[in-house]
Design a protein around this ligand. Sequence first.
Ligand SMILES: Cc1cc2nc3c(=O)[nH]c(=O)nc-3n(C[C@H](O)[C@H](O)[C@H](O)COP(=O)(O)OP(=O)(O)OC[C@H]3O[C@@H](n4cnc5c(N)ncnc54)[C@H](O)[C@@H]3O)c2cc1C
Length: 562
Amino acid sequence: MPTKPDRTPVLIVGAGPVGLALAGDLGWRGIGCTLIEKTDGAIEQPRMDMVGVRTMEFCRRWGIADWARDAPYPGDYPQDCIYVTALNGYELGREPFPGRVQEKCPPQSPQKRERVPQDMFDPILQRFVRTFPHGGLAYNTELIAFGEHADGVTATVRDTLTGESREIAADYLVGTDGGSSLVRERSGITMSGNPALTYTTNVMFRCADFSALHDKRRGYRFIFIGPEGTWLTIVAINGGDRWRMSIVGSADKVHHGDADIRAALTRAMGREFDYEILSVMRWVRRELVADSFGTDRVFIAGDAAHLMSPTGGFGMNTGIQDAVDLGWKLAARVRGWGGRELLRSYEVERRPVAVRNVNEASSNLGRMLSTRSRKPPPEIFEPGPAGDAARKDYGEWFTQTMRHEWFTLGIHLAYGYDSSPIIWPDGTPALPLETATYTQTARPGARAPHAWLPDGRSTLDLFGRGFVLLRLGGDAPSGELIRAAAVAADVPLDVIDLDVPEVTALYHNRLVLVRPDGHVAWRADTEPADAHALIEVVRGARAWASLDRREGDMLPAAQTRA
Ligand SMILES: Cc1cc2nc3c(=O)[nH]c(=O)nc-3n(C[C@H](O)[C@H](O)[C@H](O)COP(=O)(O)OP(=O)(O)OC[C@H]3O[C@@H](n4cnc5c(N)ncnc54)[C@H](O)[C@@H]3O)c2cc1C
């Protein structure tokens, strides 16, 4: 007898950091979901270790920023990036960074990036997901097949321990199932870009006294430059006894065997030393973005939607932004107040960000490997004054080149959704995209800016659950028309009065409408001419472009300030 399928509003496939973040965000919004993962969740090779500033802002919203801050990566471990010929060879340059407890928040954020490798961060997200009784997290459960129909999705999943199959019926399915996503493949979604930048071999090894075996002091990342240019990196995975060596490779297919790995370790140290190899991962560095991010009921996010070089540490952080963009939209659809444009806007908003970040990651790789075309002069490997002078020249050039990768606040914060059908533009020109830093703006589509409030909270602490209408300054219009239109459409909206000159200056207008994901949806100094139309657009019932707009709906640029 066929059994009745289990039912869930949202089925999420793949409990990597992106699937966990989406399940956590939905749980936080009170939406039930089921998250399945084909493995037992153990992480043999932590890949990501840099939790970016925007991801930390999401953690703050979810109430788990302290969990990430208190992760066991030692707070005083220096985060220097050091360029060497070998650990017992010459130092060519160094970008010093303090340990994470000494690093300050940038002025643009109440948070800072954190060093939390995946085998520490995934358990934090798992713990977050498990705090919600309406979320189910099923390990050893693999998606085998699914079918999409007008009202939802029916998925077949298999218990990988018993081999038993069962069906799950869901309103929506999200594939956060990584680079070789079954959800993407079965949805017929192709990817564009470069499928093989390098064939790279990662080796996790244990060596408790690693830092005592050389004179380059403790550091987070060592980049090794030989006569052929950059060939290897070593990263301090836990700020203690575990390290990850990456033999960078090239676009030529190669298989590094045990002898190659041991030879690389000896060459990197500059002599033999004792270590224990824990695991080896051979992987292909890709530069790919999915041509579509989903259909009406099935979506992809994270590595399933974009694959980028780890140079920059953008992969997971970009994926978690996808999850946050999708989370409130799915919640709105499940609750009934979200219109059809909401989920359509997911691809419009997120795909350009993925393209930008994928390209930036590849440019970072190009910079790291620029030593292969601008080869080091032979003297840098020789002792003596001529060698010293050559090392200084070459090292300064490389140190300067690599700064682009280490300072990327603009990648984490400057992304915006100003072309989205659910954003109401105000006619102000876009600011130039920045990489190294970020000039905060409350232009529609942008992340609503951070400023500290007199009570010690950040403006960011005001956003997240529903829409927020900020009334800024003592003479702000009442916002009553917007509030009434939101109530009529069942859209959750809080009106918050702030009379803090710094916030008023930063947000530039007296009424600012902020979405549940913390992006500005609309702003003006007066009530909108048609508050009903505004709410219809921001809740995704109508696309902004479809409106028959009248003079005055969008303030001319001269009347607004950027
Ligand atoms: C060396 C390296 C360093 C990196 N460093 C950083 C960094 O510092 N910062 C950063 O942001 N990013 C970094 N990245 C990238 C980052 O690791 C990935 O972008 C991130 O892990 C993607 O998360 P995800 O959840 O989308 O996919 P994944 O982590 O790949 O998770 C997908 C999950 O889906 C499961 N799955 C697959 N198919 C099925 C199925 N049919 N049924 C059920 N489950 C399934 C898989 O078992 C897996 O657990 C790095 C990557 C590498 C290689």
